[in-house]
Design a protein around this ligand. Sequence first.
Ligand code: HEM
Length: 209
Amino acid sequence: MKFVKKNYGWILVAILAMLPMLIVFKMLNIDFSNGLAITLVEGAGGEGRSTLDMLYHVTGEFAIRWMTAVLTCTPFFILFGVTNLFVRQAMGIATAVWSFLHFIFFIAAEGFGESFTQVNYVFGFIAVLILIPLFFTSNRKSMKWLKLTWKKMQSLSYAAIILSLAHVAILEKTWAIYAIIVGLGFILRIPAIKNRILTFRMQRKTIKT
Ligand code: HEM
């Protein structure tokens, strides 16, 4: 119980990130009778979409949502003074897992070579490449080992979100809401604005105590 109380933040993120996997599994036929064979369930897409389109939709949406959420952690800290490294790392892992799944379905359906046929896929591909080292270093051991390099590596996530937003915008799917949230976050990170908010919060705290 003590463990849950202390770690409920990242446990909640893990549950929220994993639950939609059930939707994905419902669209797949997994057959172990002759080795492992995975096929798509026909007509599981609903809303007039094919199953494959729905898989792209679900995995892509969760990838961009978690990526947006993880980039909102620092602005959230600036505004409210609340932060939790484990929650942030769990969000980062969720982002990478959903992006990798999205890409894996694409490779399985179209082939790896197809990733280089459209500029929007190339943007997505570079974003996925960036997420690989971020995924493997989203833990305390790597943080201690890499020290300052770890912080520098994390800033690669800015490039990942810009590329992902460009990928989705070119596809003419929902992107503006994520761009607004991320854009506001970038504004709050501007040192002059950030320092003003932090000083304002400190002053309020001193008056209260
Ligand atoms: C090599 C990398 C990638 C490839 C090949 C790829 C490919 C695709 C394809 C084929 C679609 C469906 C297009 C359509 O319905 O017309 C799609 C949609 C989408 N992708 Fe990617 N993608 C990649 C990386 C990413 C990444 C890194 C993200 C976000 C973190 C992302 C987010 C999305 C989103 C949000 C959609 C729209 C889903 C919808 O609403 O239908 N993709 N992608």
